[in-house]
Design a binder for this molecule. Sequence first.
Ligand SMILES: [Ca+2]
Ligand SMILES: [Ca+2]
Length: 109
Amino acid sequence: MGIADDRRDEPAETFRVVLVTADVADVDPKTRVAAVTIEDNDAQPTVSVVDDPVVTERSGTSAVVATLRVRLSARSSKPVRVDYQTLKGTAAPDADFVARDEVLQFAAG
Ligand SMILES: [Ca+2]
Ligand SMILES: [Ca+2]
């Protein structure tokens, strides 16, 4: 039975093999099925930020939003969860920007 090397990070997978019929022998009904487990050999993908955005303050009621792009290096068969948070620089949380401590998710596949 050939096993494909699919190059995708994933949980272990299983399939079964069943003895269906035999010539000049009987298939033992109690032990006719085997379970095969395929263990994954692929590394986890990496996540990274793509850019350093520049935003300009603006007066008025419309909010200015800084948008970051986050890249996943390869698809995964598992959902990828990324915890992220803002860290102060010369800009102070609340006074200069809205502090965040949140989760970003990439769906499986
Ligand atoms: Ca696989
Ligand atoms: Ca794999």
